[in-house]
Design a protein. Structure first.
Length: 87
């Protein structure tokens, strides 16, 4: 069961990395695990701002935006993926 305490404890772990990218990726994974998709989308977008050409981040951010219902943003991100990377 995903309790508030377990989510907060996991998020606290990701406050430690010196790398902003790792912090955003770690937090995004926790929010995704907890099915907190708006927060996951925010973290993936923040990570994407640091590495805008990352295919993995484009895909993950697009998926997270889709799960929040932000289909316009999901499509914008998916359009930036190379054709071979689009499912």
């Amino acid at each position: 069961m995903k309790t508030r305490h377990s989510i907060l404890a996991a998020l606290e772990f990701w406050e430690r990395p010196d790398s902003r990218l790792m912090r955003h990726l770690g937090r995004a994974s926790i929010f995704s695990w907890a099915r907190m998709f708006p927060q996951a989308a925010e973290e993936y977008e923040a990570a994407l701002a640091l590495t805008p050409e990352s295919r993995d981040l484009l895909s993950r951010a697009s998926d997270a935006q889709r799960l929040t219902g932000n289909l316009k943003r999901a499509a914008e991100l998916a359009e930036r993926l190379p054709p071979s990377a689009v499912p």
